[in-house]
Write a protein that binds this ligand. Sequence first.
Ligand SMILES: O=c1[nH]c(=O)c2[nH]c(=O)[nH]c2[nH]1
Length: 324
Amino acid sequence: MTTEPGTLSSARYGKDLIRVLRVVREGSTHHVVEYNVRALVEGDIATSYTEADNSVVVATDSIKNITYYVAKISPHILSPTRFALHLATFLLSKYPHLNKAFVDVDRLRWSRISVGGQGESSSHPHSFIRDGDDKQTVSVVVDATKGKDKVIAQVKGGMRDLLVLKSTGSAFRSFVRDEFTTLVEVPDRILSTAVDLEYVFGEVQIPAEFKDADKTLKSFTLTSAGLCDVWDADKAADLARKVTLELFATDESESVQATLYKMAQTLLAEDKYINSVTYKLPNKHYVPVDMRYIGVENMKPSEAEVFVPLAAPSGLITATVTRK
Ligand SMILES: O=c1[nH]c(=O)c2[nH]c(=O)[nH]c2[nH]1
């Protein structure tokens, strides 16, 4: 064979878009979670690319089957973060030649249906409603490249597709004005975005009982980054949603940039285990309809009533705020 011009500098594979719903029965009270899972691995797999050597390949079909298996046996299934860590540690402890696992989980919303009359409504024990298109996101990397007794986990949380709109309490003024400027300054406008948020926790040392994935996860809940301390990634997810919604609603916004920054600072202030926060906020424009051609006024800020939602283009405002 002629000399190859390139070298394999990275290789990772696995299964994407694994959809799973799990029921946990607690007597007549049921819990359900629905996840979209991506599970990818790295390790001594180069020859599968360079020499068509499939002896090192755990089929992506098997990775899918393992995902369902861990969903069945994991005591951590109701927590997307711990389920992701369990699946990742399972893959690495089962296959000696794999040394890094990347598991992303999106949790879809299923909330209990409220039943009963006024004053006596209660949450139904086994009926649920999709009460929002937003997803809680979890992304874990479990790294055993320094040995299976020195396993490190990087855990990120976040959310996607949280669609919000406010009809006042948002201005946009004093921006650069030059020959390219057509936008008028407004003291009052509609503000709408679909929140995309990711926050990074400190690295976690997975303790020595790594070989037993279940034991590992039990001790994981009690230790973080070698400290005897507890952090709860799912509690952080609830906090992040609350902080984001409350600040969006209450901030007298001077711009998406300024509101984003306040959200990120508040999240860092309220969860000491979060090291950095990244928001990606599209500015979904709503434009007042000009009806002056028919003698109708609809263009004044605070008075306009009829708007066109613009599908495209949208602004896109992003930033990462990192703990000092
Ligand atoms: O909040 C905003 N930030 C911008 O950077 C921008 N640019 C723009 O046209 N509208 C807005 N709104």
